[in-house]
Design a binder for this molecule. Structure first.
Ligand code: ATP
Ligand code: MG
Length: 397
C-alpha cells in the first residue's frame, strides 16, 4: 500500500463552510476515482486527506487527481510511528531511492507532545543520512532532494516532494452557471476557469442549420466532453436552434448592429434557461478588445438584457495566454478544427465597434423577435445530459 496526502489549500480560509467544502472535495475525488473503488480507501483529517492506494494503481490515481479542483498539492508519503528508528528507516529509504547529489532535511513538529524539538531531530537525522549515502551533500538553498518529516498526533509523515495540483475550489460549492459554448478557442477556457472557482457548468450552444454543419455541432459536444473531467459529475449541454431568429435578424435595417443584437438574443435566451434550471450566472469567452464585438460599449449593450451576472473570466487575457490554457486542458486541437459556428459566419462587413444602447433598442423595435424568442425557448432547445461518460438526449417531459 502507498499513502497519498492531499492538501486542501484555500479551503482553510472558509470558516464555517469548511466541512461543506471538504465533503464536496471528497465526493468529487471519489467520483474521479470511481474505477478504483477496490484499490483506494480514504482517511479524513482536519487539514488534509489521506488516501491508501494499492501500489499498482498509484500513478494512475495521481494523474486522475490532477483533474480535481480544490487540491492544492499532493505527496506520496511514508507513514511511520513516533519511534526514532522507524523515522530513520523511512528517511533512509527515500534518500537511497534518489539519484540526487544534494539534499536538505525539514522537520515540522505539529504535535508538541512529541518529546524532541524539530531542530534536535534534524540534527540527529542528518548525519545518519550522510553516513549512509556518502555521495550526498547538504545544500540548504537549492537541494536536489528535500526530505520533509512532519510529526503529527500518533504518527509521522515523511515525503520528498509536493506535487502541485489544480488548486481552486471544489466544483459544486459555488452553484451552477451556464456557459455559452461556441466551438472556438475561448469559451471552453472560460468554462474551465469558472469551474476553478467552484461552479459547476452547464452549456448552451446556438446553432443555425443549415448554415452551420453537423461537424460544427459535433465539435461543441467534443469540447464539452474534453473538459468534463474537470466539471461536476453530471451536467447538461443545451443546443438551441437559432435559425428562425437569425433569419429575422437579417431584416434589420442597420447591418452593423447584427452581431450585437444576436448577442442580446443569446443572452435573453440564456437568462430564461438559467431561471428554469436554477443557474446563477452566465459565462462567455469574451476578451476585451479582441474583436469588434468585444468592446466595453458592446459588453454594456449586451449586459442590459441580462438579469443574471455575465462572467467573463477571459476579459483581461491576451489571446496567447488563452491558447496556452487551451493547450494545457486539451481543447485547442478541437477548437481550431475549421467548422464555423453561427457567429463567425454572420459577421457583417462593418460591425459597429461602439454600439449605443438606444440604437440597439431602435434596431430591435421593428423586428418580430419577441414571439420568435419565446417559441425558441419553449420548443427549439434540446437538452443532452452527460452522465457516466456519455451524452444522452433528454426527452421532453
Ligand atoms: P470563442 O473562441 O469562444 O468562439 P470568439 O473569440 O470566437 O470566442 P465571438 O465569436 O465573438 O468570440 O464570441 C464571443 C463569445 O460569445 C464566445 O466566447 C461564446 O461565449 C459566445 N458565443 C459566440 N457564438 C456562440 C454560439 N454559436 N453558441 C454559444 N455561444 C456563443
Ligand atoms: Mg467564436
Amino acid at each position: 500500500m502507498k499513502n497519498i496526502l492531499i492538501r486542501y489549500g484555500e479551503l482553510t480560509l472558509k470558516g464555517n463552510n469548511r466541512n461543506v467544502f471538504i465533503n464536496k472535495l471528497i465526493q468529487n475525488i471519489k467520483f474521479q476515482l470511481k474505477e478504483f473503488k477496490e484499490e483506494v480507501t480514504y482517511i479524513k483529517d482536519y487539514n488534509s486527506l489521506m488516501l491508501n492506494v494499492q501500489e499498482n494503481v498509484l500513478d494512475l490515481v495521481l494523474s486522475k487527481l490532477q483533474n480535481v479542483f480544490g487540491i492544492y498539492s499532493m505527496s506520496v508519503i511514508e507513514k511511520t510511528s513516533w519511534d526514532f528508528e522507524d523515522i530513520t528507516q523511512a528517511v533512509l529509504k527515500i534518500a537511497q531511492n534518489s539519484q540526487a547529489k544534494t539534499f536538505k532535511l525539514e522537520v515540522y513538529r505539529k504535535d508538541k507532545a512529541y518529546p524532541v524539538t524539530s531542530t534536535e531531530l534534524k540534527q540527529k537525522l542528518a548525519p545518519i543520512v550522510l553516513k549512509a549515502n556518502p555521495h550526498l551533500k547538504v545544500d540548504v538553498h537549492h537541494p536536489e532532494l528535500k526530505i520533509e518529516v512532519v510529526i503529527k498526533k500518533d504518527h509521522v509523515d515523511i515525503f520528498d516532494s509536493r506535487i502541485p495540483a489544480l488548486k481552486g475550489l471544489p466544483v459544486g460549492v459555488s452553484g451552477k452557471a451556464i456557459s455559452l459554448l461556441s466551438g472556438g478557442i475561448d469559451s471552453p477556457v472560460a468554462s474551465f476557469l469558472t469551474m476553478k472557482r467552484g461552479m459547476n457548468v452547464d452549456f448552451i450552444h446556438f446553432m443555425t442549420p443549415p448554415h452551420t454543419s453537423a461537424e460544427a455541432l459535433g465539435k461543441v459536444f467534443e469540447l464539452a466532453k474534453i473538459i468534463a473531467k474537470y466539471n461536476y459529475n453530471h451536467f447538461s449541454l443545451f443546443v438551441c436552434n437559432f435559425t428562425p431568429l437569425l433569419e429575422e435578424l437579417n431584416h434589420m435595417p442597420n447591418e452593423g448592429y447584427k452581431i450585437n443584437i444576436m448577442r442580446r438574443m443569446f443572452m435573453r435566451i440564456a437568462n430564461q434557461l438559467a431561471f428554469k434550471i436554477n443557474a446563477k450566472a452566465l459565462i462567455t469567452g469574451e476578451s476585451l478588445g479582441q474583436v469588434a464585438s468585444q468592446t466595453i460599449e458592446s459588453i454594456n449593450t449586451i449586459n442590459t438584457v441580462s438579469t443574471l451576472p455575465i462572467l467573463r473570466p477571459l476579459l483581461t487575457y491576451d489571446k496567447e495566454e488563452i491558447v496556452l490554457i487551451s493547450k494545457k486542458i486539451g481543447t485547442y486541437e478541437t477548437s481550431i478544427l475549421p467548422f464555423d459556428d453561427a457567429c463567425s459566419m454572420f459577421v457583417p462587413k462593418n460591425p459597429v465597434t461602439k454600439p449605443k444602447l438606444r440604437e440597439a433598442e431602435f434596431n430591435e423595435k421593428d423586428l418580430l423577435w419577441e414571439e420568435l424568442l419565446q417559441h425558441t425557448v419553449d420548443n427549439l432547445i434540446e437538452e443532452f445530459v452527460w452522465m457516466n461518460g456519455e451524452f444522452t438526449k433528454k426527452e421532453r417531459g
